[in-house]
Every structure is written in C-alpha cells, then in structure tokens.
Write a protein that binds this ligand. Structure first.
Ligand code: ZN
Length: 179
C-alpha cells in the first residue's frame, strides 16, 4: 500500500526521529510500503518522517539498487564537497543546488538485522545525506542561504496554491452525480 507523503510545513518533518530498537515485522512492513511509495512517486529516497512515522528508517533508490537502512549514520564524510540539484517529495515544485560531501560512508541496520556499511559517492552520497537529514528534522532548504531559502519558499507557496486551484477546477469539471 502506498503511503501518504507529508508536505512542508507539516510539523512531523521538523521532529527528530527515534532510533529503531529492533527490526520487527512492523518495521519491515513499513520499509516495504516506503519502497512502494518511493517507486510510485519516482523519487531517489524517502525517510520515515515523510510518511508521518518518527522512526530512523530510510529507503534509497539509486542506480536501480534499493538500500533500506534503519538507524543510518554518516560515519565518514569527505572534505571535498560538490554542488548538485536537489528536490524533495515533501516540497514538491521546488529544487535548488545544495553543497554536500562528495563521498560518505554510511552505517546502519539492514532489514535482516545485520549491520551494513555503504561507501557512497556522487548522487548516492547526496541522497543518503538528504535522507539522514530528514531524521533530524532538517530539510534541504535549511542548507541554503537565507535569501535563497526565502525565495524558494515563496515559489513553493505559489506552486502549492496553483495545485489547489487546479484541484478546484478538476472538481468543477466533474459531472454532477446522476440521480
Ligand atoms: Zn526529502
């Protein structure tokens, strides 16, 4: 079942998520549903707070490989950084160039309960950093300068209002229910 994605400014996106104590069936089911949601929504990654769950769980889909990690942590980051364009399923309609470490080593728990270490570079490293930020209530817009962030948030509001108007129009177009 696909899950509903929480949109900014939903407060759950600003909370710090709790560690996953144990990989239970419930956690595995949540991970499966997050993978399904991510596939449907065509994103690179999804963090549990984005579906309203305050747990440290992320799914990442880069180069046709799914990474599902509980309690993921960046244990090593290169000093070398790079700029790359980011968007977010919780902030539809806007994107910006964000500076991130070019290479990271991420550690976490696989759904088997085994610890895993992933060495990531480029896009994969970027997606891990973006998703792990979500677990601490941090969004990509927080990584921008103030002026740029405010400009983007205005654009976000405009896009949001436009989507609402679009939905209104769709409702008006829908034929009245036959009696
Ligand atoms: Zn995001």
């Amino acid at each position: 079942m696909a899950l509903e994605i929480r949109l900014y400014p939903d407060p759950v996106l600003r909370e710090r998520a709790e560690p996953v104590d144990e990989i239970t069936d419930e956690i595995r089911r949540l991970a499966d549903e997050m993978v399904e949601t991510l596939t449907l929504r065509v994103g690179y990654g999804l963090a549990a707070p984005q579906v309203g769950v305050r747990k440290r769980l992320i799914v990442v889909d880069v180069d046709e490989h799914f990474y599902v990690l509980a309690n993921p942590e960046v244990v090593q980051a290169s000093e070398e950084t790079e700029l790359g364009v980011e968007g977010c399923l919780s902030l539809p309609g806007i994107e910006a160039e964000v500076e991130r470490a070019k290479r990271v080593v991420v550690r976490g728990l696989a759904m088997s309960g085994e610890p895993v270490t992933v060495e990531a570079e480029g896009l994969l490293a970027r997606v891990f950093q973006h998703e792990i930020d979500h677990l601490d209530g941090v969004l990509f817009i927080d990584r921008l300068g103030r002026a740029k962030r405010q400009r983007l948030l205005k654009a976000y509001e405009r896009a949001r209002r436009e989507r609402e108007r679009e939905r209104e129009r769709e409702r008006e177009k829908a034929p009245a229910r036959a009696l």
